[in-house]
Design a protein around this ligand. Structure first.
Ligand code: NAD
Ligand code: ZN
Ligand code: ZN
Length: 365
């Protein structure tokens, strides 16, 4: 067991508090990672503000990169010093979903995540929960070996951490979730970290038009640099009408990257007949959708969802790192602010402002 510093959430709606916690020794298939960088994802904010339930106290944070520090007795593929990116979706590789290439729906994930003792605890012995069994806002974390992916030395870790959540989620939703075809038209609702990655995925897929929709002018401006060909401010214009003005009967694919029933309904409304809407944003617990049934039977529209890129973490993160090195996936542009760990609460404030696409915390500072 080692002592480290972590940003702990003790009550919903309160700021994170940096305090000492104890990190258990790695189990046979676990790895202890010295965390270098973590991106601030809106999913962290959902737990912090209570829109999604969590046990308390908890360490949130999951968009993580760092360096392997110690490995469990059964770990063969990683060793101390390896530079790694973490994934929220460990998998068994053997259940029907894993065998079908749908590892984000591994049936044995609860079993895999189970460990005999708490990974984190307060000095008095009180267990501390971890978001997604990661809890990345800690200078040291424990992760299952197969949820860690090595990245090339040329990928800086303050950018590499984005591959772990917003990039794999957004690009995966395009390629593996909706399977966007070259030449098709795309709308993206919500242009934060995840939406910007969806826009980049649509560009990589060869979309002929990409419409970015947000309420924030700065986010809309940035979306053009990621590949948006049109922008619509959803707070000023009626999104479905505006898209029809520009693209006739609507788009072939739409992506919802906000997390609300209203924007999910917009995603369906902006489609042309036969189009596919893909829900990526995480809506508050208990959210239900009300949608016009005729869109499905007369309009032959499809509604799908995508979680963490719907795919294979190792292959996808490795390929995404290559796309970055080739200059085809923009990461430097997405991270214009790297803040010291001590300023993490200010980082969450900045995330709401729209001036940056992704705020990243440096845990080595
Ligand atoms: N499915 C998954 O695997 C997955 C993974 C990561 C994040 N998420 C979820 O995706 C969502 C986006 O995450 P993020 O980190 O990019 O968030 P973010 O805060 O960086 O971006 C959200 C964006 O949505 C915009 N927005 C808010 N309300 C809007 C509206 N009514 N219309 C248009 N735009 C609006 C905001 O201005 C902001 O630019 C969150 O709900 C998050 O929890 C899902
Ligand atoms: Zn995330
Ligand atoms: Zn499985």
């Amino acid at each position: 067991m080692i002592n480290t510093e972590a940003a702990v959430l003790t009550a919903v709606g309160e700021p994170l508090e940096i305090t000492t916690i104890q990190v258990d020794d790695p189990e046979p298939t676990e790895v202890r990672v010295a965390v270098s960088n973590v991106g601030l994802c809106h999913s962290d904010l959902h737990y912090m503000t209570g829109t999604v339930h969590t046990g308390l106290p908890v360490v949130v944070g999951h968009e993580v990169a760092g360096v392997v520090e110690a490995v469990g007795s059964a770990v063969t593929g990683l060793r101390p010093g390896d530079r790694v990116v973490g994934a929220l979706t460990p998998s068994c590789g053997r259940c029907v979903n894993c065998e079908a290439g749908r590892a984000t729906q591994c049936q044995r994930v609860a079993e895999i995540r189970h460990r005999p003792r708490p990974a984190f605890q307060l000095p008095g012995g009180r267990p501390v929960e971890r978001l997604g069994d990661i809890g990345a806002f800690s200078r040291h974390i424990l992760m299952r070996d197969n949820a860690l992916v090595k990245v090339p030395d040329e990928v800086p870790l303050h950018l590499g951490c984005l591959l772990s959540c917003c990039i794999i989620t957004g690009v995966g939703a395009v390629f593996r979730g909706a399977r966007v075809r070259p030449g098709s038209t795309v709308a993206v609702i919500g242009c934060g970290g995840v939406g910007s990655a969806i826009i980049q995925g649509a560009r990589l897929a060869g979309a002929s038009a990409i419409v970015a929709i947000d309420l924030d002018e700065a986010r809309l401006e940035a979306s053009r640099s990621y590949g948006a060909t049109h922008v619509v401010n959803g707070g000023v214009e009626d999104v479905a009408t505006e898209i029809r003005n520009v693209l006739g009967d609507g788009v072939d694919y739409s992506f919802e990257a906000v997390g609300s029933a209203r924007t999910a309904a917009t995603a369906l409304a902006v489609l042309r007949p036969t189009g596919t809407a893909c829900l990526v944003g995480i809506a508050p617990d208990g959210t239900e959708l009300r949608l016009p049934a005729s869109d499905f039977f007369f309009g032959e529209k499809r509604l799908i969802g995508s979680y963490m890129g719907s795919g294979q973490v190792h292959r996808d993160i490795t390929q995404l790192a290559q796309l970055y090195l080739q200059g085809r996936l923009l990461l430097d542009e997405m991270v214009t602010q790297v803040i010291p760990f001590g300023e993490i609460n200010k980082g969450f404030e900045a995330m709401r402002s729209g001036d940056v696409t992704r705020v990243v915390v440096d845990l080595e500072q």
